[in-house]
Ligand binder design. Sequence first.
Ligand SMILES: [Zn+2]
Length: 871
Amino acid sequence: MRLRTLFFSLCFLFLSTSAWAQNPAAAEASMEYYLPQDVTYDSSIPTPEEVLGMVPGEWHVRHDQLVKYMRAVADASDRISLQNFGETYEDRPLIYLTVTSPSNHGNIEQIRQNHIALTNPSESQNLNTEEMPIVMYWGYSIHGDESSGSNASMLVAYYLAAAQGAEIEQKLENSVILLDPSLNPDGLNRFASWANTHKSENLVTDPNSMELNQRWPSGRTNHYWFDLNRDWMLVQHPESQGRIETFQKWKPNILTDHHEMGTNSTFFFQPGIQSRTHPITPERNQNLTKAIADYHAEKLDENQRLYYSEESFDDFNYGKGSTYPDVNGGIGILFEQASSRGHAQESIHGVLKFPFTIKNQFLTSLSTLEASQNLRTEILNYQRNFFEESLNEGGDADIEGYVFGNSSDQARTYHLAEMLRRHNIEMYELADDLDAGGESFKANSSYIVPSDQKQYRFVKALFERRTTFTDSLFYDVSTWTMPYAFNMPFAELENSYDENLLGAKVEGLPSFPQGEMVGGKSEYAYVFEWDEYYAPRALNRLLKNGVRAKVASKPFTGVTQNGTREFDYGTIMVPLGPQKVDRAEIHDLIGTAVKEDGLTVYSVGTGLTPDGIDLGSGSLEDLEKPNVAIMSGEGTSSYEVGEVWHLLDQRYHMTPTVFPLDRVDNADLDRYNVIVMVNGSYNDFGKQDVEKLKRWVQNGGTLITTKYANNWAERNGLANISYKNGEDSDEEEKEETNPKAYADMDKARGAQYIGGSIFNTKLDLTHPLGYGYNDEDLPVFRNSTLFLEKADNPYATPLYYTEDPLASGYISDDNLETLKGSAAIVVSDIGSGQVISMVDNPNFRAFWYGTNKLFMNAIFFGQTIDGGSGN
Ligand SMILES: [Zn+2]
């Protein structure tokens, strides 16, 4: 093996000198350029060129190559083992390396348990942190098109495996490094493919070149175009689920998060803007971040690099990789390197070459290692104190715990419980029915989260409402109050609740709720309510298989085989009589809905009801299977297209067409009965396209538009909506304080931006868009400043903002005033079709389980909205 390796290195050295001489960027892609030359390297450790036939920086590494290299290093080195922690949506392996001294490897599980003991106040006092290694998680390129990190990770792994001498051995003895070479394999691969496909033999540095301008969708995001660097707290995707499991298993002290930013910038490392740190994060965390920063500065100074800190980027959103550790007793560090995007690009600092960017990620990995050595016990002690303090704060908190649960939607309850458990939050089943905070909680479908636990700070971060802030600039969300996002009944428990309320402790993840078949096999009809989160999946399965299903537009009392029961608006009825499908198949499909979708289905033996409509009534309307097209491509938000695609595909097992909007002209739109247009400009639609879409709606289609797609629809006569403009309080102010200080401009403008906050709305529970909801108060998420007037037709605004709309998060006073009483959804009649204008995005980041149903109602029941009720 060694001989062969040597042979390859020699060959490569020989071959490559002539190639590198041709262009300067490639000339820099050499191991000598990257690696410190003051140590020797173990020749039994393969270099990237030996395994892949290229030096990092010559090409953008594909994910399979990256994994191949990491396996080779792990195989060759007794300092490294490789762990697999899952698969991406595209079935790419998710891996990390555990890097430490060979003797630590022999004892790794004991080291891990000791480290976790440091986070348990009941055990942590007896531990001597002087003797404990520091644990780090080094993560690269969570944004796939910020790939210098992943490309550098090969050099980092090589260095850690191959560098010789007492110094590195000492460092490895004192550290456990979990090295995650690619936090977003699918995105990395998409981008590598783009950059390599368009690379020229003679590097082209013109910023206009195809290589440097990815097309829609970019490589930033994962398979469904989600930003994984917002998913650390939400954990809705397999990449994060595996990673958070590893994180919680190890509770690292330092987590690094290597990114890229604009080509004309330099290099950034945290701390960021101090006033934008989440208030739950202790001040000591930011001080230690500063202490670590000195080492990055020193390393970059030595290499004559320009850099900055403290001026941009925040540490507020625990959904980000560099902030998530801050609420877990660790320290997250964000790095941002100016991006060459492809292999080289002109910038104000000259031609920025890919190898240069890779080297900076490598250098700051080394400076992280330096810092971790000198600050090791300080940082370990900080972690011990963090959890002691967290436990003490929880024990002293006025709110002694939280209870949550929704007995009519067990799947949604399950998903919130699942999220909490992924963060290792202590949680119990509710042992007895409980009335609290104006809500009733059922024993078999609710959970209690006590404040008296070491994860208290995280619990508080997930449940709290926050409406005052030290800084008014939020370029991302300013709140995420989880019970609101899940539209979940919850209560804050005060005044020492009864310990007997704590039922079984939830270990591991909760199990998915089982549905129930009430009354056994039916000979007449099956009935289920629309409340359960996965009801649309069951309905879609029935319709897809050609089963007739009807929706009740009025309530009724059904005679089930277990007595009478009230059924609400939106109840689904599957008759066994007028069907083209075999009865046995219908029984099976209903059985699947009970087993896999968590539905309670009632067997009904007669069409006659004691109250309300009978089962043959015209108020039970036949449903068509939705055939959905999601308009996509340049001019639409890939995030929001991806959210709809993910929702329908992953959660509801539907088969929407992600429809490139330049195909409208050629396509037969009659294949679809629902078209979704998410946030976007839609500037590429020509006159003909507009006419075609209009005809499609007039012929009975349901068009759903969200956010700025509403403007497009309104401009083109496809929606009867009008905008609400703010009181121009600015006018008065202008006269008073004109001119203003130039330095205040960004701040004043930024304060009007809504990065993402939660608001109170009122929902009409009798409207098809309100089916499956039981409470007219519905929290919604908003991250735009688009304000709509209520419709003239009093039946056309099924959802609107209350007069006291702020539930949690930041909004300026002017915007809050405008928002009051404005419309959240307006329905317009266009011919025999309808346009459903949603001001907000109900599917935000896959964790707004509470408003997903609004969207699914538009998809399934838009077709049933009465013509006269639209604006
Ligand atoms: Zn980034």
